[in-house]
Design a protein around this ligand. Structure first.
Ligand code: DQA
Length: 141
């Protein structure tokens, strides 16, 4: 069974509590139950970290295992807009990475309009609420 890693960056451990007007009121754990139910023939792994270097480590640790992994669904949170280190890690690995955002970052503050990771990702899905994660999985399978 092929795997997909959903990797969330900083503050996304607070989904369900954080800014519900923007990010909704569902926790990631609740949403993962739904996703795993939708895709019974894919192993959906999940990790979250608030630390940039840990996100780099996680991308590196599975990023060459194309036999096991169909892809990484990455919501890098605020590091999207700042992290050359995460962009370099994505560029370095062989497993495709799809960039995801829950909110429509293009409709938010100008600082969120720039993504340092977009050029090295397979594609970007943004603005569909939690469904952005499911659409990214669809793009990878
Ligand atoms: C986000 C958008 C980012 O700008 C923000 O820093 C986040 C979440 C989103 O999913 O909409 O933490 O990636």
């Amino acid at each position: 069974m092929k795997k997909i890693l959903i990797l969330n960056g900083p503050n996304l451990n607070l989904l369900g509590l954080r800014n519900p007007g923007v990010y909704g009121n569902q926790s990631m754990e609740q949403y993962l139950e739904f996703l795993r139910d939708c895709y019974r023939d894919i192993e959906i792994e999940y990790s979250q970290s608030n630390h940039e270097g840990e996100l780099v480590d996680l991308i590196q640790s599975i990023g060459y295992d194309t036999d096991s992994y169909s892809g990484i669904v990455l919501n890098a949170g605020a590091y999207t807009h700042t992290s050359l280190a995460i962009a370099d890690a994505i560029e370095a690995v062989a497993v495709p990475v799809v960039e995801v955002h829950i909110s429509n970052v293009a409709a938010r503050e100008p600082i969120r309009h720039k993504s340092l990771i977009a050029p090295v990702c397979r594609g970007t899905i943004c603005g569909f609420g939690m469904d952005s994660y499911r659409l990214a999985i669809e793009a990878l399978i």
